[in-house]
Design a protein around this ligand. Structure first.
Ligand code: ADP
Ligand code: TRP
Length: 324
């Protein structure tokens, strides 16, 4: 199994990113024959236009992933823009990409529907993503459900390139992250940076506790029994609780006679404890930016070697390979 995934450095990672993506990357590094993970800064460039911000976010993302357990001995970690071969591959793929396919892709379609101006970068975003995947002969791409459409585009493009020019690319499969479902935010909607309802992994414990205490709940009286399964606070609690803790809390819900404040306190205790080790590792790594940059440089070197091999194969296949 050759695993690859990318994550955009558009802000600090939140619980949704962890339970919906990062945790699975870390689990897969143990079982994959090879695992490539990168920080998708070229994709982020379609939304972040502030140089310092993008640079800071990219380094922060690398530190976060390492602190959370991504192990450079087991997985190759790099920054997308450090592998220029991918951009060349994007062009080759662009020549077999029907306009209509990209017009149907949701990032572009949604922006257009809201009457916002979209640039060609956003329009071609799925082609760059296809190149990211194909450049490493990846066969397994762990992603959240929101990225499924993009994996289908990648398969389409790889298939039509192969049909026109002969077998060149490995057709990848999405590995939909199970059990991640949808992590709710502080307002009960899907947790997302865009909704300003996130609980961040590396938030200062005391600030995190305050944010948890402010999670929106319904106003049913204390004595009334409540259904745990439909409550977003319970869903959040379940992310961190052991099966026994979860069951005990569910029983409390069904009985009634407790306030949500009690669940919030229990959630804050569990969450702070859950990420304590990662927070400690993060503080250490923050003091050693040169070590993080070295890991990224080594990762990029390894990734480039593979991408160069695939790019050469693709250039030969379509007849654009000449002097080297
Ligand atoms: P955001 O919505 O905050 O901008 P991203 O789109 O950058 O987050 O998310 C990166 C990945 O993290 C997604 O592809 C998805 O797999 C996962 N993810 C994000 N939010 C959630 C959530 N609330 N629940 C489950 N997974 C999530
Ligand atoms: N588009 C993905 C996201 O927003 C990030 C990404 C870029 C990616 N290239 C990729 C994910 C290749 C998987 C494979 O979450």
């Amino acid at each position: 199994m050759r695993v690859l995934s990318g994550i955009q450095p558009t802000g600090r990672f939140h619980w949704g990113n962890y339970f919906g993506a990062i945790r699975q990357y870390i689990e897969l590094q143990e079982v994959a024959d090879e695992a490539f993970y990168f920080i998708a800064n070229l994709h982020a460039l379609t939304t972040i236009r502030d140089r310092e911000q993008l640079q800071k976010n990219t380094l922060d993302a690398a530190i976060d992933l390492l602190a959370l357990g991504l192990d450079p001995q087991k997985a190759t970690l790099f920054v997308q823009s450090d592998v220029p071969e991918v951009c060349e591959l994007t062009w080759l793929l662009m020549t077999v990409t029907p306009m209509g396919l990209l017009e149907r892709c949701h990032a572009y379609k949604d922006k257009k529907a809201r009457g916002l101006p979209a640039d060609a970068g956003l329009f071609a975003y799925p082609v760059l993503m296809a190149a990211d995947i194909l450049a490493y002969d990846s066969d397994t791409v762990p992603v959240g459900e929101d990225q499924l459409q993009h994996i289908e585009v990648c398969r389409d493009l790889a298939g039509s390139f192969n049909a026109k020019f002969g077998e060149t690319f490995v057709l990848p499969r999405a590995k939909i992250i199970e059990g991640a479902a949808r992590v709710p935010g502080t307002d009960g909607e899907k947790m997302s940076k865009s909704y300003n309802n996130t609980l961040d992994i590396f938030e200062e414990p005391e600030i995190l506790r305050k944010k948890i205490m402010r999670i929106v709940t319904d106003s049913r009286p204390i004595h009334e029994p409540k259904d745990p399964e439909t409550d977003h606070l319970f869903q959040l609690y379940s992310l961190f609780a052991s099966p026994a803790q979860r069951e005990a809390m569910a029983a409390r819900y069904r009985q009634g006679g407790f306030g949500y404040g009690e669940v919030k306190t229990a959630l804050a205790d569990l969450a702070i404890d859950y990420f304590a080790e990662a927070r400690r590792r993060r503080a250490e790594l923050e003091q050693k930016p040169e070590l993080v940059l070295k890991i990224l440089a080594d990762g990029a070197k390894k990734a480039r070697a593979k991408a160069a091999e695939v790019l050469l194969r693709a250039k030969k296949a379509c007849g654009v390979q000449y002097c080297w």
